[in-house]
Structure formats: C-alpha cells, structure tokens
Design a protein. Structure first.
Length: 367
C-alpha cells in the first residue's frame, strides 16, 4: 500500500486525506500546531455556487465541482461521524452602494450568467421585500439562490473524525523544518521529533508552504494575508441571506450570531486583531444593516490566508521531485475549493488525468 505524507492539517490537508483514504491509501498528516486551527478555522464558511460544465476558466471549474461536492460531503460526513457541519443553502445577495459598485456588479452578473449560474436581478422594491433591514444606501442587488454556507469549526471536526475512523494518522505539534531528498525524490519530512518517511509527499501548509519549499528551489509566490473577523450576537437576526459587498460580507447563523468579515492586512505572520480592523468591520456591518447597532459584540479573531501573486492556488506535481505534490495558495477560497482540490490532487497522486486542467495552477510557474 502506498503511503502519503501530507504536510499541513488545515482544510486542504484534511480534505485530501479524506479523499485519499477512500482509495485505500495509507495517509499521515503532519501539522505544526493543532488540526484546522489556522486560516481554515478562522473563515466564514461561505460556499459560492458554480457550474463546472460552463465555467471557462479552470478556477471556475474548481468552484463548480466544489459546490456540488460540498453538499455530498456534508451529508456523507454526518453519516460517518454524526457531526452536522451546518451546511445550509441560504442564498446570497451581492450588493452595491455606489454607482461605481453598480457598474462592477453588472459586469460580474454578466460573467456569472455566461458561466451558467442562476442570478436574479432585483429591483429596489424586490430588494427591500427580500431583505427589509438593508440600509437605504444599498441601491442595487442581485440574488444567487444556490449560494450556501457551513460552520468551519464543525466541518473541520467532522473531517478529522472521519479521517481518524478511516485510519488516517495525525501527528500534531510536528513542525516540518525540511524535506529531505535523494536522487530527485523526497525521502522524508524532517520534524523536531525526527524524520517521517513515506512514498509520496504533499505540501498543504497554507501561508507556510513557500518557506518550506524554498530550500528545494521551488519558488511559490505565497504571502500571509491577515483576515480579521468579528462575531455579533442578537436575539433576532434581521436578514436571511449571506450579504456581500465588495470583499466584505455578513453571514447570518441560525443560532442568532452574525459573522462580519473581513480585512486584508499585509502584516506578515502577525495574527493579532487590531482596534482599527475591528472598527472597520463594525462600521461596514452598521452601514449595510443599521439594526445591527443593537447587536452584542461577542469577539474578534484573525487568520493568515495564503495569498498568491496571481490569485491562483498552486496545484499539482513537482517536475523536479518525482514524488512531491503541492496544494497551497488558496487565499480566501480554501474552504470553498477544498473538496475539488482534494478530488484533482487525488487524481494526480494516483497518476490519473485530472478532472480539471491544472496548467494554470502549475507548481513551478515562477521557478
């Protein structure tokens, strides 16, 4: 039986382990801290809709495949673990509050429709009827009814539990400092507790991937981007859809909580929240839904997203090392691309043609 060592236990690493284990592959995950506790845990759990058959770019195809797989996985994970990850097809509203925003939104709608997505243009009257609590500053909106959400911590817990039941081995607190090589192959992952050998190695270390691979002359242009989040609590959530304006969003939870995100801070590996970041998010929330001024502030946190230079993740095999693979650099899309990433990476590791053309995501596109 082939043994795969995955370096990184976030949503990408756990999803890949889950998929590989269904093919009776022996899997070990090495995680520097605790499973799923970095950017994966910190995210909002938004799952955009997609249509892989009509998407023109491979990234859109990945989004489409993931949108379908995540619903299937959510049901399967609950059967296997009895953990409900909170998957809910709640729909999303894309909003505009300025003429420039309207122009950008109209352009985006054209793109979504050309790729087979269901998009409903809403008149101002329909918008107010759909979400009466929206600010009067919102002048344009469209609805994507197939957009969904889930609870990141629950999903990560379900993945870890399912992997454990399937025989995946976890080694937490296992900081990988180097990948040892011989004759064009990786022989072991060097950790503080000694080397871990395997037949194939996959780097899924998020923002830490570039530093690990740099010594192998594989240049990943990935940098950490801090995303701060705020959690509000209210007796009655005044809206039902995920609300999106530009890069910020509000996510309503059935338990009366509301996620507000997120900032994009280029501050290296600093995960601290800041008064400025929290204030920025609260002002966004109050501006979009004024009733939220009465909500209770519960807490704030931050995660480090792995941002790539061209906005695309690195997916596939290394051309320099015959048993090395990379799945990293998903930026804000780790959760939403996780299932499709697991699918195509498993295909590559098993030496099968990937469902999605991975040329645009080449590991060595900058080497």
């Amino acid at each position: 039986m082939s043994e795969v060592v995955i370096v990184g236990g976030g949503v990408i690493g756990l999803s890949l382990a889950y998929e590989l284990s269904s093919h009776e592959i022996d899997v070990t995950i090495l995680e520097r801290s605790a499973l799923g506790k970095e950017a994966s845990w910190a995210g909002a759990g938004i799952l955009p809709s997609g249509n892989p058959e009509k998407a023109s770019h491979p990234l859109g195809q990945l989004v489409g495949h993931s949108a379908r797989l995540m619903q299937e996985w959510s049901e399967q994970l609950q059967k296997e673990t009895a953990i409900d990850n909170g998957y809910l097809r709640c729909g999303g509203l894309e909003l505009a509050t300025s003429k420039n925003d309207v122009s950008e939104l109209n352009h985006a709608v054209q793109g979504w429709r050309s790729e087979g997505l269901v998009v409903e243009d809403l008149s101002e009257e329909e918008l107010r009827k759909t979400e009466p609590a929206l600010s009067d500053d919102v002048i344009k909106g469209c609805r994507l009814p197939d957009e969904a959400q889930l609870r990141n911590p629950r999903h990560l817990k379900a993945l870890a539990s399912a992997c454990l039941k399937r025989g995946v081995r976890f080694r937490t607190g296992a900081m990988v400092t180097e990948l040892l090589t011989q004759s064009g192959r990786i022989t072991a992952a060097k950790t503080w507790d000694g080397p871990v050998s395997g037949d194939q190695f996959v780097v899924t270390s998020g923002a830490w991937s570039a530093a690990l691979l740099d010594s192998l002359e594989i240049k990943l242009k990935i940098r950490p981007v801090r995303g701060q989040m705020v959690l509000l609590r209210t007796d009655h959530v005044p809206f039902q859809h995920v609300l999106l304006e530009g890069s910020c969003y509000l996510v309503p939870r059935p338990d009366g909580r509301i996620l507000v995100g997120s900032t994009e801070d280029d501050v290296g590996f600093d995960k601290r929240t800041t008064p400025q970041g929290v204030h920025q998010l609260l002002e966004f929330a109050f501006h979009l839904v004024p009733d939220l001024r009465d909500a209770h502030f519960e807490r704030a946190w931050a995660g480090l997203r792995p941002g790539s230079e061209d906005g695309l993740p690195y997916l596939g095999a290394s051309s320099q090392y015959s048993n090395l693979f990379v799945a990293a650099g998903h930026f804000r899309s780790g959760l939403q691309l996780s299932a499709a990433t697991a699918m195509v990476m498993t295909e590559v590791i098993l030496n099968r043609p990937p469902t999605v053309d991975l040329e645009a995501f080449s590991v060595e596109r900058y080497s």
